[in-house]
Design a protein around this ligand. Sequence first.
Ligand SMILES: [Zn+2]
Length: 229
Amino acid sequence: MKQISNFGDQRMLDQCLYCGGTPETREHVPPRVFLDKPYPEQLPVVQACSNCNGDFSTHEEYLACLIGCVLAGSPVSEEIQRKKVAQILKERPSLAYRIENSRTDDNGAIVFAIEQDRVQKIVEKIARGHALFEVNELLGDPIAFFALPLTTFTAEQLNDFENIDHAVVDAWPEVGSRAMQRLLITDDTVHNGWIEVQRDRYRYSVSQRAGIEVRMVFSEYLACRVLWE
Ligand SMILES: [Zn+2]
């Protein structure tokens, strides 16, 4: 990825993104648990206090492992495709057990019950990081949210989700923000409004067409959308 510097309001960047407290740690957006080695160079980074940073990490591991287990149809670490996820499940048997217990066999279809509040917490948090990084906006609670497998979408829903309407920009991004620069700089990690952080692992988009909207896809499986007014 190309690192694009942000010339936006520095005061906004000098605080914990999540609580406004003193920034003590730098956090990758997305967190690296969702990516494989070798990591893309120059991942987006935001500032966070160590409390907020630490709070989220177990939820992040949960979500990364859940996606890995769903894709494998199994919580058995040997069957998990991503090495990092297999490793976490091996080191944290309680997490593996918890995910195993959420699995049911519905007439031959393996279904994992999702801990929705944990997923929402993490997805919203990552979306807030993208919004700050791309368009210099510090955001509170969103007005709309979903996190659903891409496989559950109808053709029309998929089309809506995949097509980021950048042709109609009602409000230009703030001058100096990364989103503005992305309009000016050709970057081969950007395809049709989607920024591909790592192929098959993670992509996202930030749009300001109607409110601020962040869309994310984890492992080409979990599609998420977070919207702010
Ligand atoms: Zn904080």
